[in-house]
Design a protein around this ligand. Sequence first.
Ligand code: GDP
Ligand code: MG
Length: 165
Amino acid sequence: MKPIVAVVGRPNVGKSTLVNRIAQTSDAIVHESRGVTRDRSYYDADWCGHEFTLVDTGGIEPMKSEDIFSASIRDQALAAAEEADVILFVVDGSVGVTEEDESVARMIKRAKKPTFLLVNKLDNPDREQERLWEFYSLGVGDPIAVSALHGHGTGDLLDDVVALL
Ligand code: GDP
Ligand code: MG
């Protein structure tokens, strides 16, 4: 079985954009296969000859109750974290730390897996480094600036990810 890299985080932080970017920039043709649960999508990916399975936890549907909604995010993060070899925890650098981020972070810490904390939507990384600092409070390691939309930081990230696989 290929190693699993799971992309987790609250809705709208850019998880699917990141997954699409990694899929497009990887060496192999990527195909989506139905996941074992309906809320997670699995992709075959490849970076510099290192094959892995990329998991997008993007299928979380908005629910009526805020509490159920948050519980769903936590369940997704937990399930993805448990099956992952490496976790990509995505947060939104244009918004800052939210309660939902903190909730996901608690789950991730329990999983005790290698985790990269990706501060996404930093489209001008040279000007936005100071936005990284507050994300240290999540307690999951050094925040890494990325822009899933423009691709800043994603190549270096993949080098570091596959080094752990
Ligand atoms: P998900 O719910 O976490 O999967 O988030 P999506 O990938 O669907 O992205 C949510 C929104 O954020 C979309 O409108 C994206 O275009 C936008 N987005 C994602 N990555 C970036 C980024 O690096 N920079 C900016 N400015 N917007 C982004
Ligand atoms: Mg998504």
